[in-house]
Design a protein around this ligand. Structure first.
Ligand SMILES: [Zn+2]
Length: 90
């Protein structure tokens, strides 16, 4: 299954069909790290956990309304995983 990994912070996007490879490159992303649909960090190798929705909601105690529009889009993508990140092949 090919998945599109999208960094929450910088929008860097890469496609992997092997979660272990993505993890080894430094991606914090399900299904290797955490689970689909779970609010947890989704970051590329360059970005830190402090920029994530998880950080904002859990550590900064923000409400869903206080998230930025960008974060709301990302949250929707998270809640619709894995369908929202599957790369469809023709
Ligand atoms: Zn990033």
């Amino acid at each position: 299954m090919k998945l599109k990994y999208i960094c929450e912070n910088c929008d860097r996007t890469e496609i992997f069909d092997n979660p272990q490879v993505a993890f080894d490159l430094g991606w914090d992303y399900p299904p290797k790290m955490y689970e689909f649909k779970m609010i947890s960090p989704r970051t590329c190798p360059n970005c830190s956990i402090e920029s994530t929705i998880w950080w904002a909601l859990i550590l900064e105690k923000k409400t869903l309304d206080e998230l930025s529009d960008r974060q709301k889009v990302c949250l929707k993508r998270i809640l619709n995983e894995p369908e929202s990140i599957i790369v469809k092949e023709n």
